[in-house]
Design a protein around this ligand. Structure first.
Ligand code: HEC
Length: 98
């Protein structure tokens, strides 16, 4: 019985944290389902970037220190993400099948 309760608690904690794959759903329309497209013909192919490069880019869009002509658009995409979200997203994108 104790084990069952513990299992439930662990399962619900895992469901609260958004996975990188879930978070990536809203990015796929521009970057491609596997991060393989140049978004709107402008961005780098993000699945070729390392996890660290992606984190620098996403945090930079958030605070305005990174980006090119269309950085305003990406700022809107990342403004609500937490550092944990950004880290999960970066792991997911860097690990996705190329
Ligand atoms: C409406 C289209 C669109 C959506 C949705 C979008 N992006 Fe982007 N993304 C772009 C464009 C355009 C750029 C290039 C921006 C610039 O000029 O710096 C970009 C740039 C990037 C870069 C840096 C690549 C580079 O060229 O340096 C990363 C990483 C990235 N996006 C990840 C994401 C993630 C993660 C999401 C979802 C949370 C997302 N994007 C959602 C269009 C989009």
């Amino acid at each position: 019985m104790k084990t069952a309760i513990l299992t439930l608690m662990v399962a619900s904690t895992m469901m609260m944290a958004s996975s990188g794959a879930d978070l990536y759903n809203k990015c796929a329309s521009c970057h491609g389902s596997m991060g393989e497209k140049k978004a709107l013909g402008k961005s780098k192919v993000i699945n070729e970037m390392s996890k660290d490069e992606i984190i620098i880019a996403l945090k930079g869009y958030k605070d305005g220190s990174y980006g090119a002509a269309m950085k305003g658009l990406m700022k809107g995409q990342v403004s609500k993400l937490t550092d944990d979200d950004i880290s999960s997203l970066a792991s997911y994108i860097a690990s996705v099948k190329k």
